[in-house]
Design a protein around this ligand. Sequence first.
Ligand SMILES: [Zn+2]
Length: 339
Amino acid sequence: MTSPSSRHRNGFGGLIARLAIIALVGFGGSWLAAAQVGARQTDDAPLKVVATFSILGDWVQQVGRDRVELFTIVGAGGDAHTFDPSPEQVAQIADADIIFEIGSDFEPWLNDIVASSGSSATRAVLTDGLDLIPLSGEEAHSEDAEQAQASPETGEAHDHGPVDPHIWHDVSNATASVERIRDELSAAEPTSATAFAANAGPYLQELHGLDGEIRQQVGQLPEDRRKLVTSHDTFAYFARAYGFEIIGTALGSVSTEAGDPSARQFIELVEQIQATGVPAIFAENVSNPDLMQSIADEAGVTLAPSLYTDALGPPDSTAATYIALIRTNTATIVTALAG
Ligand SMILES: [Zn+2]
């Protein structure tokens, strides 16, 4: 039998025990973490971590540093929408402890190779839990769109329907993603949690400053100039966060897998560009610029320097890191649209 007084003692004892645990962890009591079933040790080999594409790879590197062995599947300049993994990359996925992915159909090739590789990696889907932008029916991939339309809850299809995956163009999503990466790495290797937190802290501060920088620069652009035309629909999060309007895109899709526009779509976009009076439109580092050049020529506007949309630039470029990419894109957009 448990009397009220013994329950009280147990409760108090439990509190003391929790305080003791907090103190031991706080003082680096690694024996305690060692006692956790399946927890890794700092003297183990680094965590094997896969990031699906270059921007995500940069975030993981910033947090993991020398405690992770990072494999980035789609490298700088590569297009994750249309990627075809090599056998070596399938092997990296097979060996991984954690896979960081955007999800929301950004990496349409990933499920198949995770399944065929027999990987038992933890999959961390970074769009989970974010405030995602639903796609219009036209832009939704047909399979997902059918599922959404099949929902009996009319009007709520967007809650579970296809969404735009390009979260990284809003710096607040980068912040949430870096926090998630820190937490996932810490869960996989609790003995390195202090190191992951120490790495993430200054980087999160930099991201906070970066967001302010964008707002300050965009603020120099008159509101009626904050209008974007790009190859594929990759800037919805940038537009929502920083007050831009997407006038149109050449491919009319959130994926670069979409085919070139029809003659009619081409003319419609040219007319939209002329009607809104934007002085410039933008090509992208992951798409062939020829189509955008033709549209710019037809509309009589400038083709601005290519934006770094779905991938980092090469190491010697001005977009070799996520922070550099955002700075470069913002400067390119503000300069071109100031016209
Ligand atoms: Zn894209």
